[in-house]
Every structure is written in C-alpha cells, then in structure tokens.
Write a protein that binds this ligand. Structure first.
Ligand SMILES: Nc1ncnc2c1ncn2[C@@H]1O[C@H](COP(=O)(O)OP(=O)(O)OP(=O)(O)O)[C@@H](O)[C@H]1O
Length: 368
C-alpha cells in the first residue's frame, strides 16, 4: 500500500512566483512556491515589507508578476484580468462607497456587468440576508457599525461568486474588541461558505486564531508553512521563533534551539544544580501569568536576553525580584533545534529539464 498521504486538492498553487518592482531593486517576492488547500483558511504573515501584500495582489490580478505561475483550481490565471480569475478581494477598512446603500454597494459589481436592477437587487438582497444584514439593506455605510460594514463588504465580495476570497488586513481598522469579535465571524463564514480564504496580516495572534495554514514570510521568501500548532511549537528558524514570540533562542553546543518561555525552568541560583546562570532584569505582572525578563551571564549580547513565563500561582511560591541570580533550564523534549531559515533561490533558474519542473502554464494548457 502507498504510505504517502495524497495532498488535498489545491485551490491555489503558486510556483516560483516573483515580483521585482524595479530593475536592480531586491525582489519583493522571490520565486516562492505555495499550495493552498481548497476550502482552507490561509494566513500570509510577516513583518512590514516582507512581500505578503504583493503576493496577495499578484493572486488578485492587481499586480503583474515578474516570473512564475498562479493556478486556481488547475487553471493558469497568471495573466488573466482580475475580474476573470474567480477571486474577490476584501480590503482594509472595507472600501465601501459612502453614498450608496448597503444593497447598492453589494450590487455594484453586477451593475458594472450590466445585470438588470431587479436581478442585481435580488441577488444582493439574498447575500445580505446570508450575512444577517437583510434588515439594514437600505442603510449607508456611515449608518452602520464597523462589524456591520464588514458584513456588507463580505457580501459585496461574494456577489461575484469567487472560488477564493482574498483579504488584505481586513481587521486592522477595527478597535481591538471588535477585531476579536470580527475575526471569529470571518472564521465562521469561511467554514460555512466552504470557500478558500487567503488573509494577509502582520499579527501573529490573528493568524494563529484564524488559519488552517500559516505562511510566514520574510524578505520576499517563505520561512515556514504549517498549522498554527506546527509553526508555534516547531519554529523552523530563529526568524520564525522570534517573529512568533513566546520563545527564547538559546545557543547550545549542539546549535541554536528555541524553547517556549512557558516551558523554561527557573530556580534560585543557590538551589540550581545545573542550567544557565542568569540575572532577573524585569518582572511584569500580566494577570494569569508573570513574565520574568532575564539576562544570561556570559552569553553574546545579541542572544543574552531571555524570558520566563510563570503561572501567577507558581510565581507566588517564589516571587523573583529584579537583581536576583537564578539558574535556567529546560527539558530536552521542549528544545526545538532551529534551521538556518529560508534560502534565497539562485538568481536565474538553471537551464535544463532536470533542475526545474515544467512551467505550470504548460501543464495547465496541456490539461485544458
Ligand atoms: N508599488 C510599489 N513600488 C515599489 N516597491 C513596492 C511597491 N509596493 C511594495 N513595494 C516594496 O516591496 C516590498 C514588499 O512590499 P509589500 O507591500 O508586499 O510588503 P508587506 O509585507 O505587505 O508589508 P506591509 O505589512 O507593510 O503592507 C517592500 O520593500 C515595499 O517597499
């Protein structure tokens, strides 16, 4: 029997996708490969400038590609106009037309396609019902709450019956309370609709709460792809461990490792029979937990700062104070070896049939 688990069907497949905005400038996206499973929630995550919005805009057709292919349901859409791709975009702060009612906002793209007023209002009304906004169809965006506007924006994106919904920082304009509420709604809608969502965010917390698959990007490259659990518990590189937060990166004779701050062991120096010597520099009360900041003794300055997260009750049994000398340790099973991180691909793909798969544009046209 074949032991290899078949890959789930990919809604979106990105192959060697690149974007260079100007000749001589470093690529904003550098030959990335990615498969996004059909019906999944994918979050593109990374620091400002890592190339996540550029990637999303290339999938949407709002940005030309410098190289590579984008397939949607095995159809090569790389050079199709945005409206012909089967994708729809939901923007930051929703970009609703302020002078149009919710109903007309949702119906807008059908109007552009020449659909009759009766028919486009019927379909827009149905979609507004679907997102529990039917009763507010005649309101203008200024008369709706942030959450209600988000639902109108979702209905507007869905009216073109996309296979893939692209969301560019859709929650960043909301206040923190509403953001948490709305992200739960996004997740529920995605599951209910069964669509593929690709959501760009710079928030680790948002990506972890929403994603089936997280894609961590840095400098135009993909550092790691995995479930939130995989990425958080097995960061592939120092960049991912530091970017995700909640980890210490430690130099050991066997190489760099990451240990979660809540998996660190701490003991007063006098009782610690082994472990790393450190001094407490900071104690931050966080309610359920207490975060202790420390400086490792004798470590390189760039890697000497570490943290330990203790449950409040554990901290209460030994309330460490700034200046205390302690010993730090961890269980070997909590140590995660870190790899070197994403490797920048060769500038030019090497010639010849062996080193590179057939371009997907060719495969897609063969399959058609
Ligand atoms: N229209 C443009 N012209 C030139 N350079 C651009 C353009 N858009 C983006 N860039 C550059 O490409 C790189 C990637 O930008 P991109 O917007 O994709 O990053 P991002 O990860 O989405 O960042 P942010 O979270 O700040 O939006 C950056 O160095 C950016 O300065």
């Amino acid at each position: 029997m074949d032991a290899v688990t078949p890959l789930p069907p990919a809604a979106v497949e990105i192959v060697a996708l690149s974007k260079r905005y100007a000749a001589g400038a470093p690529p904003a996206v550098d030959q990335i490969d990615l498969r996004i499973a059909s019906g999944s929630y994918c979050c593109l995550l990374g620091p400002s400038g890592c190339g996540k919005s550029t990637t999303l805009r290339m999938v949407a057709g709002h940005e030309s590609v410098s190289g590579g292919d984008i397939l949607l349901d095995n159809r090569n859409i790389t050079n199709l106009p945005a409206a012909a791709r089967g994708t729809a975009m939901m923007f930051q702060s929703f970009a609703l037309f302020p002078h149009l009612t919710a109903l007309d906002n949702v119906a807008f793209s059908l109007k552009m396609k020449g659909v009759s007023r009766l028919e486009r209002h019927r379909r827009a009304g149905q979609l507004l019902e679907r997102v529990a906004m039917g009763h507010l169809a005649q309101r203008k965006p200024g008369e709706l709450s942030g959450g209600q506007q988000q639902r109108v924006a979702l209905a507007r994106a869905l009216i073109t019956e996309p296979r893939v919904l692209l969301l560019d920082e859709p929650l960043s304009a909301l206040d923190p309370f509403l953001r948490i509420q709305m992200r739960a709604e996004l997740r529920r809608w995605q599951k209910e609709l069964g669509l593929t969502f690709i959501h760009v965010t710079h928030s680790q917390e948002e990506a972890m709460a929403l994603a089936d698959t997280m894609v961590v990007m840095n400098h135009g490259l993909i550092e790691q792809v995995g479930t939130p659990h995989q990425v958080y518990n097995h960061p592939a590189s120092e960049f991912v461990a530091r970017f995700m937060g909640g980890h210490n990166v430690l130099e050991t004779p066997g190489g760099l490792i990451a240990v979660r701050t809540d998996h660190m062991q701490i003991a007063p120096a006098a009782t610690a029979d082994s472990g790393l010597a450190a001094r407490v520099t900071d104690v931050e009360y966080q309610g359920t937990y207490v975060l202790i900041g420390l400086q490792l003794e004798g470590a390189a300055p760039a890697r000497s700062g570490v943290s330990v997260l203790l449950p409040e009750k554990v901290f209460a049994t030994h309330p460490y104070a700034v200046g205390d000398h302690v010993g730090l340790g961890w269980s070997p099973s909590d140590a995660r070896p870190l790899g070197p991180g994403a490797v920048r691909p060769e500038r030019e793909p090497p010639a010849g049939p062996v080193s590179r798969p057939a371009p997907l544009s060719a495969l897609a046209s063969m399959a058609a």
